[in-house]
Design a protein around this ligand. Structure first.
Ligand code: C2O
Ligand code: CU
Ligand code: CU
Length: 453
């Protein structure tokens, strides 16, 4: 058992405009500490992390530790903090001693700037170490992002169409690299910690020629790794894969996910990219050759997952994610700027008919209790719904009841469908947010506040 406050980790993170080579071109991006992605934070349950975050951008920013179960207030993971250009802010995150291991990430979360800042390169991985070693030959952290560069290497601003659909970049990068090549020997087991840091792109990951098992989704680990041929992760989701290597060359690809659209025929996917077959995009190549590695021990089963079904439910809420034409849905039905200066006054992104207001409390919950939330999507487009601090157990997806406990912190709610989740509001009172993790939607108002007390 780890004692609380085992270690103190200190880190300076500077968000600044940075010149970086991307896909053989000079790009003007934003980066943490000059690198794409930013530094990987490795921590253990019980640790305290102190981060001095400096803002050298032209716009306000802040820092969010996505998926970590830490206090939502004060100098911790507070989505309402605003760090002005030129200023800095001292964060302190105390991880509980029983914090789930897994792959998490960090990114800015300043309302109105999140999509632009993440798209420009501000993201990094957080690893919460396992209590016991997992027998693998090596592990790799893979932060997947996408971006578009114009001919001078700058990021073009998102068009209103891209803001409506959620922007997808032309280049899909792994750790800032375009189609990197990695190598292994036959018979090795690798653990891949994959973060979907794209502002809007869903990834359907596939790899032929290699055995591929899901080890973790978002947090913790599965009791038994699941063998599969593909895995879909929405923006914000993470997945850990176990790969048992076989001689040969294999590509990790992503193929399009139909996430709906506004007008018939328009989809959120691009197919003008990569190899061109069915819109498949190659993320990386794995070359397996050489002498076979000695056989590795089997991966031990994970602990049984908590199952909130059977625990008393103290409250029920319905959140309705909607997109409306006309821009009249924000703030009680007033129309927005008659002069047409705002780019997006043709579209409103709302939850229960309201746009985000940091001052309002949208959902009150009792700290320490379990609640059932029904996430309704009445729009023609999928929305990946994310709640800070407290993970969600998915119990019903459309009409399908889940039989095994399944935990995630980003839950995709398909167009014109609904997902029921159970949430245990353990440990921390305080106010934080839930939102669509298509960051363009979040910035346009598809975010609400929750207060646990
Ligand atoms: Cu990764 Cu509130 O977001
Ligand atoms: Cu988050
Ligand atoms: Cu959305």
């Amino acid at each position: 058992v780890l004692a609380s406050r085992d270690r103190l980790l200190e880190l300076d993170l500077t968000a600044a405009p940075t010149q970086i080579r991307v896909g053989g071109r000079d790009a003007s991006l934003y980066a943490f500490n000059g690198s794409l992605p930013g530094p990987t934070l490795r921590v253990a349950p019980g640790d305290t992390i102190r981060v001095r975050m400096r803002n050298q951008l032209q716009d306000p920013t802040n820092l969010h530790v996505h998926g970590l179960h830490v206090s939502p207030e004060g100098n911790s993971d507070n989505p309402f903090v605003s760090i002005a250009p030129g200023e800095s802010f001292d964060y302190a995150f105390d991880l509980p001693a029983d914090h789930p291991a897994g792959t998490y990430w960090y990114h800015p979360h300043h309302h109105g700037n999140a999509a632009d800042q993440v798209a420009a390169g501000l993201y990094g991985a957080i690893i919460v170490e396992d209590p016991e070693p997992i027998p693998v030959a090596r592990e790799r952290v893979m932060v997947v992002s996408d971006l578009t560069l114009d001919t001078s290497g700058n990021l073009p601003g998102a068009t209103s169409m891209q803001q409506m659909m959620g922007r997808e970049g032309d280049m899909v990068l792994v750790n800032g690299q375009l189609r990197p090549q990695i190598t292994a020997s036959p018979g090795e087991r690798e653990r891949w910690r994959i973060v979907n840091a794209c502002p809007s792109r869903y990834l359907r990951l596939q790899m032929e020629g290699q055995q591929f098992r899901v080890f973790s989704r978002d947090l913790g680990r599965l009791p038994v790794p699941e063998e599969t041929t593909e895995v879909v992760i929405a923006p914000g989701n993470r997945v850990e894969l176990l790969i048992e290597t076989t001689e040969g060359s294999s590509a990790l690809i992503t193929t399009p996910v139909n996430r709906g659209g506004m007008m018939g025929g328009m989809s959120g996917n691009r197919s003008d990219n990569g190899s061109g077959n069915d819109g498949a995009i190659e993320l990386l190549t794995l070359e397996v050759s050489g002498d076979p590695a000695p056989t590795q021990e089997a991966v031990p089963g994970g602990p049984a997952l908590r199952d909130l079904r059977g625990e008393p439910v103290a409250g029920r809420h319905t959140l309705d994610f909607a997109m409306g034409m006309g821009g009249a849905m924000g703030g009680g039905g007033t129309t927005m700027g008659g002069g047409g200066s705002a780019q997006n006054d043709s579209m409103a992104f709302t939850i229960n008919d309201r746009k985000f207001d940091a001052e309002r409390v949208d959902t009150s919950v009792r700290a320490g209790k379990v609640e059932e939330w029904t996430l309704v999507n009445s729009s023609p487009m999928d929305h990946p719904v994310h709640l800070h601090v407290w993970p969600m157990q998915i119990v019903q997806d459309g009409d399908r009841d889940l039989t095994e406990p399944r935990w995630q912190d980003v839950v995709n709610v398909p167009a014109r469908s609904r997902v029921k989740v159970l949430i245990a509001f353990d440990d921390f009172p305080g106010k934080t947010v839930y939102h669509c993790h298509i960051l363009d939607h979040e910035d346009q108002g598809m975010m609400g506040t929750v207060n646990a007390r």
